[in-house]
Design a protein around this ligand. Structure first.
Ligand SMILES: [Zn+2]
Length: 454
């Protein structure tokens, strides 16, 4: 390819993103001008534990003040151990060979963290003891990943009671949820994946009967436009209802572009009615509350991020009732102002880049917009889009300093999308001065940007 093309024409490529529970699956497909296809692939859920096989691991719990250390032993070096927490149910049965230390679980297993067994076969995880918990009894456990999976003997935490406080109502009618992000649908964020209401393995269904979920997804995924929103902290996470903070984590790396780590930053809040919510994937060091804090609806608790199994910044919001049954806030109409399911096409973010866009990472993590560029240089305009369906038209126009059109690209959608990225690369010609780009949706300009060519 030459240094520039006199007709302004160009390399088109685009990326379609499937955000799966927190996990993006994005595939870049580069084509010649006007061509294209999209591919996506499913990725594993971000914190679903493998099925347990009772019996093998040995673990212990040490509580010192507010700090608890869970230790798993007797594992092959390098074993990956998932530490998790659950509630203890009634009617506990304890096989004699486990010395009476085992318990039955009443609720789902919720993740605390992950560690790798050292040379001595030991893995440890330290966490803050929930306080003041209304969860009357908790169990913690360690589970190794791999086949066969093993599960530790589960250890009962000391029982915390709320003898001096009235118990929560546990009535769903006492819960109203505010949207946990500021701003507007399809402009500042977009809902990408919903709760999987079909609990059969291999089957999925969202609250409309549709397929915007994936197997075993217990939460709602709300996407940020790009990593800029994490870096600039433009999307604080807000408590959806008032309650008490049970546990938090904020020390985990937040720029995952893979699903290799399950260690995420989160805030766990028990709402005033006794329901429990997890706000996950938060930005590192962004959590603004501590265990034991009371929060009010709308209060900032962190910043959107991409920690844990996540390849782009988004919030995973997960809700459980007092008996640890998973709740879909859309199905139960708990949101005071729910975003609509069939999101209208909107621009989340426009971006320009000297050198053009070439990879998924370029689009989801674009850095700053182009301010200046040399003549004849390669550049690109990218866009993070929400919603839309067949027949919607995205138009990109780039104009030279004399306002003549250099790029005029109509992109008519041929399918419905949730969160999708597009870009167009082009070469500047020899014209110096202020170049401009604008993006139109169905004929209305929604974004423009300019830069100097010299
Ligand atoms: Zn999710």
């Amino acid at each position: 390819m030459g240094r520039w093309k006199p007709d302004g024409g160009l390399s088109l490529a685009y990326v379609v993103v499937l955000l799966l529970m927190g996990c993006y699956a994005g595939e870049t497909v580069s084509e010649g001008s006007g061509g294209g296809a999209w591919r996506g692939e499913e990725v594993p859920p971000d914190h679903v534990l493998p099925p347990p096989d009772p019996g093998v691991l040995h673990s212990s719990l040490l509580i010192e003040g507010e700090t608890a250390t869970l230790t798993a032993r007797d594992m092959p070096e390098g074993s990956v151990v998932v530490f998790a927490m659950s509630t203890v149910g009634p009617g506990t049965t304890c096989p004699a060979e486990l010395g009476g230390d085992c318990v039955d679980l009443a609720g789902p297993v919720l993740p605390l963290g992950v560690a790798v067994a050292d040379l001595t076969g030991v893995a440890r995880h330290t966490f803050t003891v929930p306080e003041p918990p209304r969860l009357s009894t908790l169990a913690v456990q360690a589970v190794t990943l791999g086949t066969p999976n093993t599960i530790s003997d589960m250890i009962e935490l000391p029982i915390y009671t709320t003898a001096t406080a009235p118990g929560p109502s546990c009535d769903i009618a006492d819960l109203d949820l505010q949207w946990p992000l500021p701003g507007d649908d399809a402009s500042d964020w977009v809902t990408n994946m919903y709760v999987d209401l079909d609990r059969q393995v291999g089957a999925t269904m969202d609250y409309t009967g549709g397929s915007r979920t994936y197997d075993g997804h217990y939460g709602v995924d709300i996407d940020a436009p790009t990593f800029r929103d994490m870096d600039d902290e433009t999307l604080p996470i807000l408590a959806a209802a008032s309650g008490t903070v049970i546990a938090t984590e904020e020390g985990e790396f937040d720029r995952n572009t893979s699903c290799e780590s399950y260690d995420w930053n989160y805030v766990w809040i028990e709402y005033d009615n006794g329901f429990n919510a997890w706000y996950g994937h938060l930005k590192q060091d962004s959590v603004t509350v501590l265990p034991g804090d009371t929060v009010v609806a709308g209060q900032q608790i962190g910043v959107i991020g991409s920690s844990g199994c996540s390849t782009a910044p988004h919030l995973h919001y997960e809700l459980w009732d007092c008996d640890w049954y998973n709740i879909d806030p859309f199905l139960d109409e708990l949101w005071s102002l729910p975003p609509i399911y069939d999101t209208e096409l909107g621009l989340l973010e426009g971006m320009t880049r000297i050198g053009g866009f070439a990879t998924w990472e370029d689009l989801v993590d674009p850095g700053d917009d182009m301010i200046s560029a040399p003549t004849s240089s390669l550049a690109g305009v990218g866009m993070s889009m929400a919603g839309g369906t067949s027949g919607d038209v995205i138009t990109l126009q780039v104009r030279r300093p004399d306002e003549t059109l250099w790029v005029d690209w109509d992109n008519e959608l041929t399918a419905a999308y949730r969160h999708h990225f597009w870009y167009w690369n082009f070469y500047h010609d020899l014209n110096q001065g202020t170049w401009t780009a604008n993006i139109d949706i169905d004929g209305e300009t929604v974004w423009s940007s300019s830069w100097e060519v010299d």
